[in-house]
Design a protein around this ligand. Structure first.
Ligand code: NAP
Length: 220
C-alpha cells in the first residue's frame, strides 16, 4: 500500500453531531476522552483536518501528552482555495511539526507565496469533483514517509474520505448529549442510493471513558 493507514477520529453527540449549528464544538466530550485523543495524535505520523475546521477552531493539532511525544505529528490541512487563517496555533512550533497544506492545482500563486514565506509547505493536488483528490493527497504523504494519518474532521473531509474508501479505522468518542438535526454532522453527505451501498465497519473495541463511550471500528 503506497498510502498511509487512515484513522478517522470523531467526537460527537449521541446523534452524531460534531458541533452546534453555530460551529461550537468545545467541548462535546469530557476530559478522559480528550486525553485519549492526545494519545492518538502522538501515535500517528500526521494529523489531518479540512479547512473549515482550521477556520472554526484555531487548532494546534500538536499532541499534548505528558510526557510529550518524542516526535510531534506533521499537520495537514486540505482546502480548495488555500483559504486558511494566516495566524493562529497551526503555526506554532513549525520546526518540530511541519504544516503541509494541500490545495487545488492552480490555486492563487499570491496565496501560495504568502504561505510559503510563513514556512508552510504548500502542495498542489489534482481536482476530483468538488474537491481535491484525497487519494492523491494520501499518496503524496506516503511518499514523504508518512505511514499513519489521524483525521480529525470536519464533516466534509470525513465524508470525502469515507466515500472514496480511504478510511481504515474509526475512533469514535460519543458524549451523552443530543444536538439535533441543526447540529453539524460528523459525516457530510455520502450520496448513497441504497442501504446496501453504506460503507460498513466492524466494531473491534469499546470502553467507557467517564461519561463518554469510546468505540473503535475497522473497515468491514
Ligand atoms: N467534534 C469534533 O471532533 C470536531 C472535529 C473537527 C471539526 N469540528 C467542527 O466541525 C466544523 C467544521 O467542519 P466542516 O463541516 O466545515 O468540515 P471541514 O471538512 O473541516 O471543512 C470543509 C472545508 O475543508 C476543505 N475540504 C474538505 N474536503 C476537501 C477536499 N476533498 N478537497 C478540498 N478541500 C476540502 C474545503 O475547504 P475550502 O473551503 O477552503 O475549499 C471545505 O470547504 C466546525 O464547527 C468544527 O468546530 C468538530
Amino acid at each position: 500500500m503506497d498510502r498511509p493507514r487512515v484513522t478517522l477520529k470523531l467526537a460527537t453527540s449521541l446523534d452524531g453531531r460534531i458541533a452546534t449549528a453555530a460551529g461550537e464544538s468545545r467541548w462535546i466530550t469530557g476530559e478522559a476522552a480528550r486525553a485519549e485523543v492526545q494519545n492518538l495524535r502522538a501515535a500517528h505520523d500526521a494529523v489531518m483536518i479540512g479547512a473549515g475546521t482550521a477556520r472554526a477552531d484555531d487548532p494546534s493539532l500538536l499532541a499534548r501528552t505528558e510526557p510529550p511525544p518524542a516526535k510531534q505529528p506533521a499537520r495537514v490541512v486540505v482546502t480548495n482555495r488555500l483559504d486558511i487563517p494566516l495566524e493562529g496555533k497551526l503555526y506554532a512550533r513549525l520546526e518540530h511539526s511541519p504544516l503541509i497544506v494541500f490545495g487545488r492545482e492552480r490555486a492563487s500563486p499570491a496565496r501560495v507565496a504568502i504561505l510559503d514565506a510563513m514556512g508552510v509547505q504548500v502542495e498542489a493536488a489534482p481536482a476530483l469533483g468538488e474537491g481535491v483528490d484525497l487519494g492523491a493527497v494520501l499518496s503524496r504523504l506516503g511518499a514523504r514517509g508518512v505511514k499513519s494519518v489521524l483525521v480529525e474532521g470536519g464533516g466534509v473531509l470525513a465524508a470525502g474520505l469515507i466515500a472514496t474508501g480511504l478510511v481504515d479505522r474509526l475512533e469514535w468518542f460519543r458524549a451523552p448529549i443530543l444536538l439535533g438535526a441543526e447540529g453539524r454532522p460528523a459525516v457530510a453527505a455520502l450520496a448513497l442510493g441504497k442501504l446496501s451501498q453504506a460503507p460498513a465497519f466492524r466494531r473491534v473495541a469499546f470502553q467507557a471513558l467517564g461519561p463518554d463511550l469510546w468505540e473503535s471500528y475497522e473497515r468491514g
